[in-house]
Ligand binder design. Structure first.
Ligand SMILES: Nc1ncnc2c1ncn2[C@@H]1O[C@H](COP(=O)(O)OP(=O)(O)OP(=O)(O)O)[C@@H](O)[C@H]1O
Ligand SMILES: [Mg+2]
Length: 395
């Protein structure tokens, strides 16, 4: 048997160095470790290693007993190899391609958004996840970190009023050592090659944080200055470090500081989409498989109703119900609350009650009331009504 090596050139074809191509038969199963394809009298077997198709061998000579296998196997090649490109680029293309399977099932987002996110992280871009509150920005950012298998660091910049001590460190004094400097975890993070550094809630950060980060995030500078003074020591950002920030951008968010334009320019923006009614429903189903489907539908419908209204030309409400809130509603109902009770504690407080029947709260109440009856009791109610009429007629 003569052995030859092949390049996968597309999902279903491989070729040898002479340019001969072999194409897999369509619609056949890809369950075997060794797959077969053929051209004339040549059988090609391709080995799948660690789930990746990496190489193939061929035997020349007439096919005799391979026919059966040829009928029910397929050659499913997923590896991208373009001989014109350097190996590193081929590897990157393959890594991006494969990253689609690394999105956790629980995280609902568009495949394209996820792919863009993964590619940008692999490429070491500064990434800014934007979108309204509770739409999964932090969750998506953390999922990317998990999928990449690189050292990771998390900083919540919205939670700190003292960015200097979070990002740089503190000067301390004691009798024994005198004055000394203890550096922040962030200093270690940026010096860790290939680290993925989450900067959560950057839009809520103190303006000092923005200033400190400006040089760190600038692709041309990439250093952290330990002191404002000119000529003070700086720390270089290590090779391959990726920053992923999250931000609520939009005038709906009053607690959000207006992000500095120059800082924003240092990021590529990945916008998280708000889920539609069907996506919301499937997420709640996934999270609360034991919740009656009527309740799941109700929540998805109410939540979807607020989102649709917000998209309309003259919305009667100023904010939508977030996915975070909708899951909280589901968990309340799971714990025995009625839909109305869950709405009262979870939804209504977010909507202004002033303005009476024209108020935002009235609008969302109406969305909830659509679902606030028990269809069974309504049915029996109808029956009763009918009986009363009946008695009326006979009396
Ligand atoms: N797209 C989504 N897919 C799955 N779960 C989601 C999604 N969006 C929100 N959730 C749920 O809501 C919770 C809150 O999401 P997350 O903390 O990621 O929101 P956020 O966009 O970072 O909000 P904030 O702007 O307030 O920080 C998550 O823990 C998750 O349970
Ligand atoms: Mg968040």
């Amino acid at each position: 048997m003569q052995k030859m090596f092949f390049n996968p050139t597309s999902d279903t074809t491989i070729s040898n160095t002479a340019g001969d191509k072999w194409t897999a038969k369509p619609d056949t199963k890809a369950s075997e470790k060794i797959k077969y394809s053929f051209k004339n009298n040549i059988v090609v077997s391709v080995k799948i290693e660690n789930g990746e198709t990496t190489w193939g061998t061929a035997s020349t000579g007439p096919i005799t007993d391979y026919n059966e296998k040829l009928d029910n196997t397929t050659l499913k090649l997923s590896k991208h190899v373009d001989p014109k490109l350097p190996k590193a680029q081929n590897d990157l293309i393959n890594q991006v391609k494969e990253s689609t399977s690394l999105r956790p099932e629980v995280l609902k987002m568009k495949d394209l958004t996820w792919k863009y996110l993964m590619r940008s992280a692999i490429r070491g871009k500064n990434i800014m996840m934007t979108g309204p509150s509770g739409c999964g920005k932090t969750m998506a950012a953390k999922s990317v970190v998990n999928a990449l298998n690189r050292p990771d660091f998390y900083f919540n910049l919205g939670a700190t009023q003292d960015p200097r001590s979070t990002l740089i460190g503190n000067t301390h004094f004691n009798k024994k050592d005198g004055t000394y400097f203890s550096e922040a975890l962030f200093v270690k993070a940026i010096q860790t090659p290939n680290a993925v550094i989450l900067l959560d809630e950057l839009s809520r950060a103190h303006p000092d944080a923005h200033n400190i980060l400006m040089t760190v995030l600038d692709q041309g500078q990439r250093y952290l200055r330990l002191d404002e003074a000119d000529g003070s020591p700086t720390i270089e950002v290590a090779k391959g470090v990726t920053f992923i920030a999250t931000a609520n951008i939009g005038n709906e968010y009053t607690a959000t500081r207006v992000m500095d334009r120059a800082l924003l320019d240092r990021f590529i923006i990945v916008e998280m989409d708000v889920l539609d009614k069907e996506e919301e429903q499937s997420l709640i189903e996934y999270m609360f498989p034991n919740l009656p489907s009527k309740n799941i539908q109700a929540i998805a419908d109410i939540v979807g109703g607020t989102r649709q209204e917000l998209k309309s030309e003259a919305p009667r409400i100023s904010t939508h119900i977030s996915t975070r809130n909708s899951l909280e509603m589901a968990s309340l109902i799971y714990d025995g609350f009625t839909l109305e009770e869950a709405s009262q504690v979870c939804i209504y407080p977010q909507y202004d009650a002033s303005g009476g029947i024209d108020s935002e709260r009235t609008f969302v109440k109406q969305l909830v009331q659509k679902w606030s009856y028990d269809p069974e009791s309504l049915d029996s109610g109808n029956d009763e009504l009918f009986n009363i009429e009946d008695t009326d007629m006979t009396s």
